[in-house]
Design a protein around this ligand. Structure first.
Ligand code: PEP
Ligand code: MG
Length: 685
């Protein structure tokens, strides 16, 4: 499951290994800190290199983070020294395991319009539909990042940042060694304070603070700062300001999740400067009663003092859905919105309503708006079985990409696995996995879901999920090329090995996995797949319907297969002729597009006529508002990112099957996605 075998010991004792980033946040601060800390224990010099950037010294968390390595980025790990092999392998293992974070493949496509940006954040609950009451909005476009709709007086944190030190002052040569030591002491104090605070906490707050402590003690910054004092005679304050501001700027330029960590560096900088000056940094406002805390931004260290009993909600001007403010707010169950530009201009005590799902910030809400506050929303795990309000069963299962995702899916209440994207186990491979390796991965998931449905999808390599050992690298149009089942044209042995591995895993665990093929376009392909799967000894064989061609022959596919499963991501891509990875065309690949809904409706009709179970496993199934429509179209099971299961289960439980059918009919008859949503909502009201 790793690229280690591709690694080589080159001449001169250098160990080189290549792998790719898997965790959804990429090599941001915390993973970078984990790598830097790990390497402190090895007698080896290790660098990490990504395409187009200078290699980073892997004992410097900041240097690693500046690589801005997003999920999927290839990483070359190079080590020298007595323990180079062990050090390089340990780093590769961390990267391959995703640092215990959610993996990118789990989130693939999850930024569906359902919940907007808040659903794309790790552990965000799916957003609720916006309330219908129009209200006075703050002039900004805030984002909800932690759910809950609360009202309270604001307490604004002001003047938290120190003023920039002068860069004009030059230290005499004799004073420079002492200045270096003074800076080292201040830095060590800040790192130690952050570390000690982190040690007293749990969960993500602990991890975030410990990672920030590693940033404070970063060796690359310390070396540059010491050089600035020794060589240029800058004061410790000026040099810390220069180095950490510059580094923060590079984080900002990297964009996305990395930019959202800029505040962490700025805060470390300010804490070191405050220590050098012997002053205290302003903490969170203390009003003596529960308040909505408003700040420009919050650093991890600020959040130590956060307490859900006194902090009703958080509102920040900066930050994004994956900023530490957002992560920690979600962990503490505190509603939060970020990006509320201008919010720090509010007077202390101003009454506001904050909706951490929709991003609404209403200043001085009137009585009608106040009445819409519901308090803090917590999303307990789903308790199945999934059903409509009149008891029609709809199995709610999880999409997973690796065996380790099974535990999270179980925690959220998944009734089974409706889509195991097996290719994600092998994304970093340069050669086909052995049957034994596959058996191990599949058996782990089957055992975790013993007695429940597990649908393994055979390798869906190509296009957005290239596997170098299976898919051509030079196709002009990979989404329309040799991907999914089509790879079996060139390498039938890979498919047969996989089917064999699934059968062995089934035997070993005494479970009964379902298997299905992606990217089927013809009846002939479906027939051949079913034949091969049955020949391997697999009893329950399905076909994915994700091309318009498959929709048009759905009845024949249903007759051949034991079940069919609609992949809304690809079905939307191919129906709308719009790349599913294009942000610019996202509105076209919306599963609410009437053309896509009508495609699904054709499949539903074919499934009903043939009595074939119909599942939907694309991201459309994670949209709590679309779920009743899909059920109305004939889906008897919905498979989605595990985090969406509670909200989908909740929505379904509020509608009868007849309402779902009416919603489906109304949505299909609409002529725009917005009209389809409204029509469905009306039918469900
Ligand atoms: C889909 O296309 O909707 C699907 C479930 O498969 P994937 O997203 O893995 O292509
Ligand atoms: Mg697909």
């Amino acid at each position: 499951m790793s690229a280690g075998e591709a690694g080589a010991v080159s001449g001169g004792g250098e160990v080189v290994v290549e792998t790719a980033v898997r965790n959804v946040g990429g090599l941001h601060t915390r993973p970078a800190a984990v790598i830097a800390e790990l390497l402190a224990g090895f007698a080896a010099t290790v660098t990490l290199a990504v395409p187009g950037k200078e290699p980073a010294t892997a004992t410097s968390a900041i240097s690693i983070a500046i690589l801005a390595a997003a999920p999927g980025t290839p990483v070359r790990i190079t080590g020298t020294g007595a323990e180079a092999r062990a050090a390089v392998d340990a780093v590769r293992e961390l990267i391959d395991e995703g640092f215990g974070e959610e993996l990118a493949e789990e989130l693939a496509g999850e930024l569906s319009e359902t919940g907007g940006p808040s659903t794309g954040a790790p552990d965000a609950a799916p957003a609720a539909p916006p309330p219908s009451a129009p209200a006075e909005h703050h002039p900004a476009r805030p984002l909800g990042v932690s759910p809950g709709r609360v009202i309270g007086p604001v307490a604004v944190r002001r003047g938290a940042r120190p003023v920039a030190p002068s860069t004009a002052e030059r230290l005499p040569a004799a004073a420079r060694p002492e200045a270096v030591e003074r800076l080292e002491r201040a830095t060590a104090h800040v790192a130690e304070t952050l570390r000690a605070s982190g040690e007293h906490l749990e969960g993500q707050r602990r991890e975030v603070l410990l990672a920030t402590a590693v940033l404070a003690a970063d060796e690359a910054v310390a070396a540059a700062a010491a050089a600035g004092i020794r060589d240029d005679g800058l004061t410790p304050e000026a040099v810390v300001w220069r180095e950490l501001t510059r580094t923060a700027e590079r984080y900002r330029e990297a964009g996305g999740r990395f930019a959202e960590r800029t505040i962490d560096l700025i805060d470390v900088r300010d804490r070191i400067i405050a220590r050098l000056r012997g002053v205290e940094l302003a903490g969170l406002p203390e009003a003596g009663h529960p308040v909505i805390v408003v700040a420009d931004d919050l650093a991890p260290a600020d959040t130590v003092a956060l307490d859900a009993t006194t902090c009703l909600a958080l509102v920040t001007e900066q930050g994004g859905p994956t900023s530490h403010t957002a992560i920690i707010a979600r962990e503490l169950g505190i509603p939060a919105i970020v990006g509320a530009v201008g919010a720090t201009g509010l007077a202390d005590g101003t009454l506001v309503l904050v909706d951490g799902s929709t991003g609404e910030l209403v200043v001085q809400p009137d009585a009608a708006v106040q009445a819409t506050a519901t308090g803090v929303l917590t999303v307990p795990p789903f308790v199945g079985p999934g059903r409509t309000s009149d008891g029609h069963l709809v199995q709610l299962t999880a999409n997973i990409g690796a065996p380790r995702d099974a535990a999270r899916a179980l925690e959220r209440g998944a009734e089974g696995v409706g889509l195991f994207r097996t290719e994600f186990c092998f994304l970093d491979r340069t050669s086909a996995p052995t049957v034994d390796e596959q058996v191990e991965a599949y058996a782990e998931v089957l055992a975790a879901f013993a007695g429940r449905t597990v649908v393994l999808r055979t390798l869906d390599a190509g296009s957005d999920k290239p596997l170098p050992f299976l898919t051509p690298q030079d196709e002009p149009n990979p989404a329309l090329g040799v991907r999914g089942y089509r790879t079996a044209r060139r390498d039938p042995g890979v498919l047969d090995d996989q089917l064999r591995a699934i059968a062995i895993a089934a035997e070993r665990t005494a479970e009964h996995p379902h298997v299905m093929s992606p990217m089927i376009a013809t009846v002939g392909e479906a027939r051949e797949f079913v034949r091969r799967a049955r020949a391997a000894g697999l009893a329950t064989v399905g076909i994915m319907i994700e091309t318009p061609a498959a929709v048009m022959v759905a009845e024949e596919l249903c007759a051949l297969a034991d079940f069919v499963s609609v992949g809304t991501n690809d079905l939307a891509q191919y129906t709308m002729a719009a790349d599913r990875q294009s942000g610019e065309l996202a509105e076209l690949t919306d599963a609410w597009q009437p053309a896509v809904l009508r495609m699904i409706s054709l499949v539903g009709a074919a499934a009903a006529r043939t009595g074939t179970p119909l599942s939907v496993c694309g991201e459309g199934a994670a949209d709590a508002r679309l779920a009743p429509v899909l059920v109305g179209l004939g889906a008897s099971s919905l498979s989605m990112a595990a985090r969406a299961i509670p909200a989908v289960g909740d929505t379904l439980a509020q509608a009868t099957l007849e309402q779902c059918r009416r919603a489906a009919e109304a949505a299909c008859a609409a002529d725009t996605p917005a009209a389809a949503r409204e029509a469905a909502q009306r039918a469900l009201a």
